[in-house]
Design a protein around this ligand. Structure first.
Ligand code: HEC
Length: 130
């Protein structure tokens, strides 16, 4: 029991530490701005799978295709990579998408998306564009 409380305490401190670390070193300051090519890619890019494209178009795209909105831009891999590093991988980004993260609304306007679909959408947005 004491061990469990200790573990929970460590997890809580790690979580708070993560938030402080992130707010001090967030991507806005350290990630290079997207290039003109990345901005125009984000404007037009769509997943090749038609069903996934339909979901992306009516949900994630509203925010993730717009430069300057605050959402990591589709194809702006430096921003995505910084988030992958800060959160600790794809599963953590999946949790951000599902549960929300700061200005990212929970489920990102796709209330019926499954975890597998969220992962596919994130993988599509992370894809590197030069
Ligand atoms: C209403 C606008 C909006 C919509 C719609 C939206 N997002 Fe986001 N998303 C954001 C913003 C803003 C951020 C940046 C949050 C921050 O860092 O404060 C973000 C960040 C993220 C992140 C990174 C979270 C992290 O831990 O850094 C993921 C993953 C993500 N969105 C996935 C999705 C997916 C998948 C969809 C579609 C199902 C989606 N988003 C739809 C606004 C949106």
């Amino acid at each position: 029991m004491a061990r469990m409380i200790l573990m929970a305490g460590i997890a809580a401190i790690a979580a708070i530490g993560g938030i402080i670390f992130w707010s001090q070193t967030g991507p806005a300051e350290h990630v290079p701005a997207p290039t003109a090519a990345q901005i125009s890619y984000a404007d037009e890019a769509m997943p090749s799978d038609a069903a996934l494209a339909a979901i992306y178009d009516r949900s994630c795209r509203a925010c993730h295709a717009l430069e300057g909105f605050g959402a990591p831009l589709t194809g702006h891999s430096a921003d995505w990579q910084a988030r992958l590093d800060a959160r600790g991988g794809m599963q953590a980004l999946l949790i951000s998408a599902r549960d929300g993260y700061q200005d990212m609304p929970a489920k990102g306007l796709c209330n019926d998306c499954s975890d597998a679909q969220f992962l596919q959408l994130i993988e599509f947005m992370i894809e590197e564009v030069s």
